[in-house]
Write a protein that binds this ligand. Structure first.
Ligand code: G
Ligand code: G
Ligand code: MN
Ligand code: NA
Length: 251
C-alpha cells in the first residue's frame, strides 16, 4: 500500500531499469536474443521484484506508462546492438492490450528506435490470452501485421486446451520453468515437455525452455529437440552495460 502511491512518480524519478537475460540457441549455445525484465530500484526498499509491483501497477493503471516505457527502452537499446540478428523480447500485460492503443505504441517504439519489427518479440502470458475477447484478438492480429513476433509466456500454468492453442496466432511457446526444474529425473515431466515441443512444431511454432539451470536439464532438453533455452545456466538478467559486454564478446 505504501508502494502504491509511489509507483507513479517512480518512473519520472528514474527508479526503473531494464535487465536483460539471454535466450540461447540449443544448436550453437549462443544468444538468439535477450528478454527485457523490469527492475524497480527503490531508494528505501532496494530492488523491488516485478512479482511485487507488476500486479500493483496493473491495479492502479500505472502499467500503461510503465509498459510503454519498457517497450520504448528495450527497442532503443536493441537498436544499438552490433549484431543485427539478435532479437529483444518484451513482456506485455493484458491491461496494455485492453486499455491502451498498444498497436500504435509498438509501431511508434519501432519507428522512433529504427528497430526492425522482426527483431521485436512480445511475450504475453497464457492467462492473459485466456481472458482474450474478440477485441483483444484483433489487437493481437494487428500486432502481427506490424511484423513483430508473439510468444506465449509461462505455458502450462494456465488452462489452455489444445483446440485453443490451435487458434492462437503465436510464433513461440515458452515452457514454464515448473516443467523444467525436475528434468531429467521426473519422467512425466520429460513426457510433458516432449509433447509440448512436438505439438508446437506441428503447429508451426517454436519453443523455449524457461529456467534452465543445470547441464543435466540442458542435455535432456537437447535430446527432446527443444530449440531454445533461457535460464541461469546461460545468464541471469543483467544490466545494460553487462549485456553490451556479453554481446561484444560474442561478435
Ligand atoms: O525478472 P523476474 O523473474 O523478477 O520477472 C518476473 C515477471 O515479471 C516476469 O515473468 C514478467 O512476466 C514480469 N515482468 C518483468 N518485466 C516486465 C515488464 O516490463 N512488463 C510486464 N508486463 N511484466 C514484466
Ligand atoms: O517473463 P517471465 O515471468 O517468464 O520471467 C522469467 C522470470 O524467471 C524472471 O523473473 C527471471 O528472473 C526468472 N528466471 C530466469 N531464469 C531462471 C532460472 O534459471 N531459474 C529461476 N529460478 N528463475 C529464473
Ligand atoms: Mn517472459
Ligand atoms: Na515465463
Amino acid at each position: 500500500a505504501v508502494l502504491m502511491g509511489e509507483l507513479r512518480g517512480a518512473l519520472d524519478r528514474g527508479e526503473f531499469a531494464l535487465h536483460y537475460q539471454p535466450l540461447v540457441s540449443a544448436d550453437t549455445g549462443e544468444p538468439n536474443g535477450f528478454e527485457a525484465l523490469m527492475r524497480w530500484q527503490h531508494p528505501l526498499h532496494g530492488d523491488v521484484p516485478p512479482s511485487e509491483f507488476i500486479v500493483l501497477a496493473e491495479e492502479t493503471g500505472s502499467i500503461l506508462a510503465l509498459g510503454e516505457w519498457s517497450l520504448r527502452n528495450a527497442c532503443h537499446f536493441a537498436a544499438t546492438w552490433q549484431d543485427r540478428t539478435l532479437s529483444v523480447a518484451v513482456n506485455i500485460s493484458t491491461v496494455q492490450i485492453r486499455h491502451s492503443n498498444l498497436v500504435e505504441i509498438v509501431a511508434r517504439a519501432l519507428s522512433d528506435s529504427g528497430l526492425e519489427p522482426s527483431r521485436l518479440e512480445l511475450e504475453i502470458t497464457e492467462t492473459a490470452f485466456l481472458a482474450t475477447t474478440n477485441e483483444a484478438m484483433s489487437v493481437i492480429e494487428s500486432l502481427r501485421r506490424l511484423g513483430v513476433r508473439l510468444a506465449l509466456d509461462d505455458f502450462g500454468t494456465g488452462y489452455s486446451s489444445l483446440s485453443y492453442l490451435k487458434k492462437l496466432p503465436v510464433d513461440k511457446i515458452k515452457i514454464d520453468q515448473s516443467f523444467i526444474v525436475d528434468l531429467p529425473d521426473v519422467s512425466s515431466d520429460v513426457s510433458i515437455v516432449k509433447a509440448i515441443v512436438e505439438l508446437a512444431r506441428t503447429l508451426g511454432m517454436t519453443t523455449t525452455a524457461e529456467g534452465v539451470e543445470t547441464v543435466a536439464q540442458r542435455d535432456c532438453l537437447r535430446q527432446i529437440g527443444c530449440p531454445e533455452f533461457q535460464g541461469y545456466l546461460y545468464g541471469k538478467p543483467a544490466d545494460e552495460e553487462a549485456t553490451m559486454q556479453m554481446i561484444a564478446r560474442q561478435s
